[in-house]
Design a protein around this ligand. Sequence first.
Ligand code: SF4
Length: 315
Amino acid sequence: MKYQHLFGPVHSRRLGFSLGVDLVPYKYCPLNCVYCEVQKTTHLYVRRQEFFPPEEITSELADFLKGKPELDYITFSGAGEPTLYSKIGEVIGFIKANYPHYKLALLTNAVLLNHSTLRREILPCDLILPSLDACHQDTFERINRPHKALKAAGLVEGLIKLRQEYRGAIWLEVFIIAGINDTEEELDCLAKAIRRIKPDKVQINSLDRPGAEDWVKPAGSRILNRVRNYLAETVSQPVEIIAKVEPGFDDASIAPDLLGSIQATLSRRPCTAEDLAGILGIHINEVSKIMRQLKSERKVSVKREERGVFYSWIS
Ligand code: SF4
């Protein structure tokens, strides 16, 4: 069976061996983050919708899970915002009813958590990983470039409501862009919000693949350590910097025939990750992870053009 909604399982930095489930079409998202590693949002969207019949997703899950694979998590993520899918509750219910031994994780930008229906639908998840990069509206707009209906204050309030209703674990991610949200004023505002949200832990992240905008650069370890220390002193939750995957960690996941197809394609002409996903028939997130590994091994070069980030094979 060819999967449209499943990708991986992949080794994830935070979730171990994780099967990805993509619930929305490519780049439907309420945000257009400058650091987005899936590239620019093409559909800046806030209306929850049944993009696909839920049976389309649950039949893929049933097919994949019949082999009883060992997984650390089944994770709702992908190339858009999973909570936009109005039937997420049905998919969660299907997994919990039929495969209760698998743990469920949700990666979300959290901007729709003010919807009480959505919060109810995601309660059965074992782990929710929301993002919060800024509390000041101008900084939120600069980093996350939200749909005009969204406010930073509303994002924080949604997270507070989630914490009050949800019994599972919340790991809050803060993506740091040096010079924008690492100042004392920004961190102070974030710390105040974190104290109200009460996540189980805070994870500090930074760029490690090309982002949507060229000017976004990885924050160095000095900056990340400073941010971690500042937050660790001002909130009561554990604060950690998300470690990078060791080079070669994903080696086993690149099948030799897939590697051969990628080499043959990229030797002929440069392609974006999206192009490759279409050509190879695999999910964009899987392509992105493979490209990151090939880049670290210096097998591919990267060039940014108007249409996106292009990869070429280095012969
Ligand atoms: S990083 Fe996530 S929330 Fe931001 S634009 Fe990309 S998919 Fe949307």
